[in-house]
Design a protein around this ligand. Structure first.
Ligand code: PEP
Ligand code: MN
Length: 338
């Protein structure tokens, strides 16, 4: 870290700061300028006490961190891409992964027909929320355990792997019986206790970006999973809240490119929550492929107009089939296969 001393500070007060830096475990290297003095504090910022608290000393103007706080998720610690193996489906390698299914599990017929349709079109993972984080308490909250039982049935029938949301620490055990991947949603993106609880199961986790979460915060939330011994992490960009009203969220495709640079872990794009508009899903999927995303999470419903949640952004079976067929040349151009 760099500690910047206020101009004109007498030497004795600079020495006080130097002593404090040393006390906190860093090797202080002062650089005395004619106007201004800075102290380079040598030491691993991620394992030492942060020096930011030194700004309470009146002679300290600023403290600037020079190291990134995330370590295990960063590409520096693991230069090659890492992959997540979901019971035989490898995410993050040459194969591109499509996860598709309804926003919410609503009924046996809805889920089974959707599972068959997305499988036929090339998806390998079935999505479906059994526990739904709804903005209003009066909206459909999901079928809970009954929804999980339907997901288990769909898995048995189709062989598709299952991704479903882990909404609460209290659900870890029974959701783990069905889920091959835990989805941690935007509203829980910084629920660190939930992330730790998911980490302890050793199961793959897809960590969505929070509604107003910066990329550095998102990477650090992911760091929790790895720091707790679970490296089966993938990030998911699902749009952030901005001033724009044409879309429900602003799908931040730049974040895909940035996460790819910053981290070795796979990144998935969710164009459904990302724009909140069924008519944009196909185009956003192409963009995601071109940017090097490792997979997509797409909401598909037999009849979006009758969906119990997120009807405006779900696509029907024909739309999904078309999307998948049209994606092929984009995948080929990106060096990926389905
Ligand atoms: C969802 O995938 O249906 C969902 C609720 O996602 P998010 O947490 O991104 O809003
Ligand atoms: Mn949804």
């Amino acid at each position: 870290m760099i500690v910047v001393i206020r101009p004109g500070t007498p030497r004795a007060q600079i020495d006080e700061v130097i002593a404090e830096v040393q006390k906190l475990g860093y090797d202080p290297r002062p650089i005395f300028g004619t106007e201004q003095t800075v102290i380079a504090a040598i030491g691993d910022e991620r394992t030492h006490h942060t020096l930011e608290s030194l700004t309470v000393m009146p002679q300290v103007e600023r403290v600037l961190p020079v190291q990134k706080k995330h370590k295990l998720v960063s590409r520096e610690s693991h230069p090659a891409n890492s992959t997540v193996n979901v019971d035989g489906v490898v995410i993050g390698g040459e194969k591109f992964c499509v996860m598709a299914g309804p926003c919410s599990v609503e009924s046996e017929e809805q889920l089974m027909t959707t599972a068959e349709a997305v499988k036929a079109a090339g998806a390998t993972i079935l999505r479906g929320g059994a526990y739904k984080p709804r903005t209003s308490p009066y909206e459909f909250q999901g079928l809970g355990k009954d929804g999980l039982a339907l997901l288990a049935k769909a898995k048995e029938r189709t062989g598709l792997k299952i991704i479903t949301e882990l909404l609460s620490e209290n659900h870890v055990e029974h959701v783990a019986e069905v889920a091959d991947i835990f989805q941690i949603g935007a509203r829980n993106a910084q629920n660190f206790q939930l992330i730790i609880a998911a980490a302890k199961t050793g199961k793959p986790v897809m960590l969505k970006r929070g509604l107003s979460e910066r990329i550095d915060e998102w990477l650090l939330a992911g760091e929790y999973l790895l720091a707790h011994g679970n490296a089966n992490l993938m990030f998911c960009e699902r749009g952030i809240r901005t001033f724009e009203t044409y879309t429900r969220n602003t799908l931040d495709l730049a974040a895909v490119a940035i996460v790819k640079k910053e981290s070795h872990l796979p990144i998935i794009v969710d164009p459904s929550q990302g724009c909140g508009r069924a008519d944009l899903v196909r185009m956003m999927c192409r963009g995601a492929v071109a940017l090097g995303a490792d997979g997509l999470l797409i909401e598909v419903h037999p009849n979006p107009a009758e969906a119990l949640s997120d009807g405006q952004q779900q696509i029907d079976f024909a739309g999904f089939g078309k999307l998948m067929a049209e994606l092929k040349p984009f995948l080929a151009a990106a060096g990926r296969t389905l």
